[in-house]
Design a protein around this ligand. Structure first.
Ligand SMILES: Nc1ncnc2c1ncn2[C@@H]1O[C@H](COP(=O)(O)OP(=O)(O)OP(=O)(O)O)[C@@H](O)[C@H]1O
Length: 266
């Protein structure tokens, strides 16, 4: 079996005539945590939707476990998606279900397991995220970090081979952020899965990921291991890794000159 769980090959995608992805190549190996970074609007979420089969490539292909996602029929895609956990809206729990029922939900929906086994599996997943003790709480009673941990337990309920996270660190305090980062790493290792994390948080990512892809203007602008990126002298990578305000990614949105805007002739 190939070590490469996800292979994105020359992938392009167009929304209504506007090309958002322009020939992306990337890979995620089994057992890896891979980060996809880039400016707002560069196409990261679109890329995740293509990997998850919610969108079909305009050109190129996405292989998951050797299967070309965009070419699968409904049933095969459905089977494949059962083996992918997707946290597109991290923390989007069912508000009228308890923590326990939120995590048990995919098991009840997608398996015929008896309730006693569903209970064992649900408690095991809650234990893995440190929230077995919170099983009776309702989502409204959870902190932001706890809600994400429950969402994570729900995403791994069916033992997926791949979990994709869209902005898992957004809006968290530094402690919760570290907890979520470590959980993503630990669950990936202990459950033998692969994780793809779309994030803006370079510092947290560099602590937990195996490999990072930077996307800009629809192409992979840079890539590497955390060590390679920290040592990189590429201006684009340097700006990201060191959090510099201005650089190849400009601070100012493109505009006419300031003087012209103020009404002064050039
Ligand atoms: N359904 C859609 N129809 C048309 N254009 C879209 C649609 N969804 C996204 N876009 C556009 O495609 C581009 C990429 O969007 P996408 O959401 O993939 O970016 P992103 O990198 O995930 O951004 P962010 O970091 O802000 O979430 C954006 O310019 C966006 O406006």
């Amino acid at each position: 079996m190939s070590d490469k769980l996800v292979q994105v090959k020359d992938l392009s995608f167009t929304y209504g005539g506007r090309m958002v992805l322009k020939g992306i190549n990337l890979e995620a190996h089994r057992g890896q945590v891979v980060a996809i970074m880039g400016n707002s609007g560069c196409g990261k979420t679109t890329l995740m939707r293509l990997i998850g089969g919610q969108l079909k490539p305009t050109q190129g292909k996405v292989l998951v476990g050797g299967q070309s996602v965009g070419e699968l029929d409904f049933h095969h895609l459905h089977d494949l998606r059962r083996r992918m956990g997707m946290l597109f809206q991290f923390g989007a729990l069912f508000t009228d279900l308890s923590v326990y029922d939120n995590v048990a939900f995919p098991l009840r929906e997608h398996t015929d397991l008896p309730e006693s086994m569903i209970r064992d599996l649900t408690l095991m997943k809650l234990n893995a995220v440190g929230l077995r003790g919170g099983q009776h709480l309702m989502p409204a009673e959870l902190s932001g970090g706890m809600a994400r941990r429950v969402a994570l337990a729900r995403a791994i309920a069916l033992d997926p081979m791949l979990v994709m996270y869209d902005e898992p660190f957004a809006g968290l305090d530094p402690i919760s952020l570290g907890v979520i980062g470590n959980l993503i790493r630990r669950l990936t290792d202990t459950l033998g899965m692969t994780s793809i994390v779309v994030t803006h948080d370079i510092q947290e990512s560099l602590k937990i990921v195996d490999y990072v892809y930077f996307i800009s203007e629809g192409v992979v602008e840079a890539e590497g291991t955390p060590a390679e990126l920290r040592a990189s002298t590429l201006p684009f990578v340097h700006q990201f890794v060191h959090g510099e305000m201005d650089g190849p990614v400009p601070f100012h949105y493109p505009s006419s000159t300031y003087l012209a805007d103020l009404g002064f002739a050039q």
